[in-house]
Design a protein around this ligand. Structure first.
Ligand SMILES: [Ca+2]
Length: 264
């Protein structure tokens, strides 16, 4: 990281020197990567992945669509207002949501920043159905379905913390790097009655699943200055719903679902 003749005090770190007008002395911000083996371009890349500005850190985006019938995530995807025109935009400070009400769908999304290198497992609970998507890096287009609350034998749902009701609620072991951030997204559909969604992870060498806390999360888009309701002009739609995101691709509906698509 340094040329001949320069101090090597900062080998393996990125040091940003910024002027501080009050003192005219240079201020230093030192970044130490979680993955200590990386150098060069990978180190610079890790800096931009791991350093999150205050307004983006510790939260996930949550978008809600009201007035959509049914208990299946596919019914949310088939709404003409999904994913670009949510009715409500808010933030979550951990990976769970307990919105009350009927006939709504939620999209919870942002980045996850692993603290530990190695194999992670994820799990999801919800009432009614849900899906959990994870990218192999920060690009939403690389998202893959890793867990779900779903049953081929009718509407699926679980109580909170019960991630053992359906086998597909728990992901396989997924290798994550502590020097990277990963796009993550949960889709949830509530029909009637009780409603919730929770997303858990089990870190390397841990024996327990726990709800992913905000300290490992960051926003995908800072939309706090937008109106909370209605269609808003001048939105950068690409930042909301990048085209080609596999989690948003509509699938052919089962006739039994199609029958109820727009009927509550
Ligand atoms: Ca329900």
């Amino acid at each position: 990281m340094c040329r001949d003749g320069e101090s090597s005090d900062y080998d393996g770190k990125i040091v940003i020197v910024t002027p501080e007008p009050a003192t005219r002395e240079p201020g230093k911000v030192t970044f130490t990567p979680r993955d200590e083996e990386i150098t060069g371009h990978a180190l610079l890349s890790a800096f931009f992945e791991q350093v999150v500005t205050d307004n983006m850190a510790g939260k996930l985006n949550v978008h809600t669509w009201q007035g959509i019938c049914g208990a299946y995530v596919e019914q949310l995807r088939h709404s003409p207002l999904f994913p670009r025109f949510p009715y409500v935009r808010k933030f979550l400070d951990q990976f769970r949501s307990h919105q009350e009400g009927s006939d709504f769908g939620e999209r919870i999304f942002g980045f996850i920043h692993p603290e530990k290198q190695g194999f992670h497992e994820f799990a999801i609970t919800s009432d009614d159905t849900s899906e959990l998507w994870l990218s192999s890096d920060s690009n939403p287009k690389k998202s893959r379905l890793i867990a779900a609350v779903y049953s081929a034998n009718g509407v699926a749902w679980t109580t909170p913390y019960n991630y053992k009701k359906y086998p597909i609620q728990v992901s396989r072991k997924i290798a994550l790097k502590s020097s990277r951030k990963y796009y993550i997204e949960a889709l949830h559909k509530q029909s009637k009655g009780r409603s919730h969604i929770q997303v858990f992870w089990k870190e390397p060498s841990s024996q327990t699943f726990r709800i992913i806390p905000g300290k490992y999360l960051s926003l995908f888009v800072d939309d706090r200055d937008m109106h909370e309701e209605g269609i808003v002009e001048d939105i950068d739609f690409h930042s909301y719903a990048p085209s080609g995101n596999p989690s948003h691709t509509k699938r052919k509906l089962d006739p039994s679902v199609k029958k109820f698509l727009y009927k509550c």
